[in-house]
Design a protein around this ligand. Structure first.
Ligand code: SF4
Ligand code: SF4
Length: 82
């Protein structure tokens, strides 16, 4: 199974501005995730190569096709830490 960058507390809808989880009521960081992970609606609506952390990077899955408005299953949010 592939390791994915996308499911982190940092892009979860349950994260507050104080970096606390609304579900667990504790401080979390981008190293955490859980089964309650819900992708932020703003990221859902804006997923394309321009908002992908792999755009113009060596780990882009489709460097020949990557462009604004394009999207593939390897998309990862820009605030994800490798
Ligand atoms: S612990 Fe789970 S529910 Fe809470 S912010 Fe992280 S991924 Fe979201
Ligand atoms: S082709 Fe896929 S991996 Fe490459 S920048 Fe676009 S969404 Fe990201």
């Amino acid at each position: 199974m592939a390791i994915r960058l996308g499911n982190s507390c940092m892009n979860c809808e349950n994260l507050t501005e104080k970096k606390e989880c609304k579900i667990h009521m504790v401080a979390v960081s981008n190293n955490y995730t859980c089964d309650h992970f819900t992708m932020k609606a703003t990221l859902k609506d804006d997923r394309n190569c321009v908002t992908c952390s792999r755009f113009h990077e060596t780990d882009c899955a489709n460097p020949q096709a990557a462009a604004p408005g394009m999207l593939c299953t390897h998309w990862a949010p820009q605030n994800a830490m490798a």
